[in-house]
Design a protein around this ligand. Sequence first.
Ligand code: ISE
Length: 335
Amino acid sequence: MALDVGVIGVGTIGQEHVRRLDGGPGGSRVVAVADADTERAATVAGQLPAAKVLPSGEELIASDAVDAVVVTSWGATHEPYVLACIAAGKPVFCEKPLATTQEACRRVVEAEVAAGRRLVQVGFNRRYDPAHRALKQAVDDGAVGAPLLVHCAHRNASVPPHYTRDMSIADTAIHEIDELRWLLGQEVTAVQVFTPRRSSRGGELQDPLLLLLEMADGVLVDVEVSVNVHYGYEIRCEVSGETGTVELAEPAPVRLRREGAVAGLVPADWRERFALSYDVELREWVDAVAAGRPPQGPSAWDGHVAQVVSDAALHSLHSGGRVSVELPEQPGPYR
Ligand code: ISE
């Protein structure tokens, strides 16, 4: 069955998703777009065979032409749009973060529980990356024995001028926060953020940051967040276990040897590094929703927990020290 999708917010990530959803292999098409920048909405819709521009996200959600909604607008607008989708009984794929405060995430969880069925999926795309899936498979298969330590690095070539110190956690490290819960099957119990010597390439920005996460079973995780490395986009993760180590391999498809040196291409940005993950993520979402099944990907609860951990990390960044993570009880439908 075809799925008619409406997309709210058609900036960079919105356009990436539109490209995959319109005429995608799962039989989806984009029938409506809305964006605070109406000119941008018109440009995007003009490139699609069946899309109309609607004046607001609310009207898009209410439109009978729209079966399911993708929310890729600015983070602070996610909560009202996702709540409106739940009220309208429409499946919604919301980019991370689910909402910008844990209270807002909680309201989304409560609305979904009250609706009595899963309608929300959150865009934690790493769970769909083939390399991350292979890493999880190795850990789950016991290839390195019990995990003891995990070392991660999240490096961006550069960030836009509006990027702030808090975004290093709430917008960037939030990917590792979700990834580690998923990879290790454990919750984060405490977090501490360290501020090393500042890179001169980041201007006034506190860059890099180092996060130390404590998992419920005692595994310790360090995460480097560096957002001005200039050489490209790099995601690293190594699990050190009782009997061995397993790590993400280099994403470069070839390795070049010449003039006494070995080289492999580093992806330029997240679009290049995670292209396959977005393909799989949206394909699986469309397949489930078009068949009338609940989405199987990261849930509103996952979005909520990631936000609680992110808030604890922000607290550590602002006030220093180790901050315990207190999670509310997980509602039955998400267990
Ligand atoms: C961006 O929003 C992402 O999701 C990227 O994966 C991340 O690397 C980047 O730092 C964020 O700003």
